[in-house]
Design a protein around this ligand. Sequence first.
Ligand code: ACM
Length: 266
Amino acid sequence: MRIGLYQNNPTFGEVEKNVADAVNTISELSADLLVLPELFNTGYQFLSRNEAASLAEEIPGGFTCRAMMKLAKEKKMHIVFGVAERKGDFVYNSAAVVGPSGFVGLYRKTHLFDEEKLLFDPGDTGFRVWNIGGATIGVMICFDWFFPESARILSLLGADIICHPANLVLPYCQYAMPVRCLENRVFSITANRTGTEKRGGKKLLTYTGNSLIVDPTGQVLKALNGTGVGTIVLEVDPKKAKDKRVTTRNDLFEDRRPSLYGPLMQ
Ligand code: ACM
């Protein structure tokens, strides 16, 4: 299976341009599964909830999702992308999954980061997985990585590949994803953005790029630089994620002791 990512540096608010840039780049690629960054079409640093709402779109009816569905059909690939979602009076930091047959599913970010708490409603979907033929994928968005429960739940639900749209501003995630993959024996695709934003007197945000794909042994298969735009596509065998054994006596999932994990549920 050919999996990959697109790392971008969107221009804030220029949705049509940002989507066109993504479409032009992805049109040149051959892949079965491609992951795009969080909020790839709008940029990240909204000044207010109203601004976020005005740039948010319905899923799957909005401009961006329709463009991605058309692309997924033409390219016969699955695409996971981050987008601000408007649903009635609610605004979510969401990711959509689309494929050759159209809309597949939606995830709304569970763990909102910093000022996102002023802009978005906390996600209400919980963690979800989808079988896309050849692999089961799950989605988490950016700061969700900081909570090991996110990757664990997706893996327990059967995800072989964790698709991870991101707009990372802290320096830790790229070091942590190999551990997330190792402890769950899954692949991950972290699609991050680059560049900076400093809007409306707010603090400068520097996005760290270094988008990466990690395998179930925690090995970084490929990573991009911390600046610029770029893509990765590589071949993997998702079945490797089915084997949770560490030794002949240890299976990472069968050895779990949930009856002793009560504090996790508090
Ligand atoms: C983040 O969750 N965008 C840092």
